[in-house]
Design a protein around this ligand. Structure first.
Ligand code: FES
Ligand code: FES
Length: 150
């Protein structure tokens, strides 16, 4: 079967199997920024944006993106590079495996919440796990990034 959607601003038609998940479809089509770790909707590494909202692509059926718009970091490299600079400044950049999913979540946070409280920020990114940083440095970097874009 085919699924037709907009991927990073381009109309796409991919052959998919029934029951196939979006992370697998994207990776099979060379969108390798989409990471898979837990593969059971528990870590956030596979986050992409669907119509601007973060979803876990490892557990989202590819057929469900029909007619919708999917964004991966390939389409927002300037924004992700800027977020990376804030992470580097705070020492929050370590192995980097979580970075792509977290960066997309941060972009959605920036678009959705104006002047979020600390609790709102933490709540928004709670699904993006990181095995390396202990979260404090990431949190500081996110706060500074959001403050720079008020
Ligand atoms: S790989 Fe999708 S949530 Fe962990
Ligand atoms: S920096 Fe290694 S998992 Fe987050």
């Amino acid at each position: 079967m085919k699924v037709n959607f907009v991927l990073n601003g381009r109309n796409i038609s991919y052959e998919i199997a029934p029951g196939e998940y979006l992370a697998d479809t994207l990776r099979a089509n060379h969108i390798l920024s989409v990471k898979k770790a837990c593969d059971e909707a528990a870590c956030g590494a596979c986050t992409v944006l669907l119509d601007g909202r973060p979803i876990l692509s490892c557990s989202f059926l590819s057929a469900r993106v029909e007619g919708r718009s999917v964004t991966t970091v390939e389409a927002v490299q300037d924004e992700v590079s800027e977020i990376s600079d804030f992470f580097s400044d705070e020492g929050a950049d370590q192995c980097g495996f979580c970075n792509t999913g977290l960066a997309l979540t941060i972009l959605a946070l920036r678009n959705e919440l104006k002047n979020p409280t600390d609790e709102e920020i933490k709540h928004f990114v709670v699904g993006n796990l990181c095995r390396c940083t202990g979260y404090q440095a990431q949190f500081k970097a996110i706060k500074r990034y959001l403050e720079a874009h008020k």
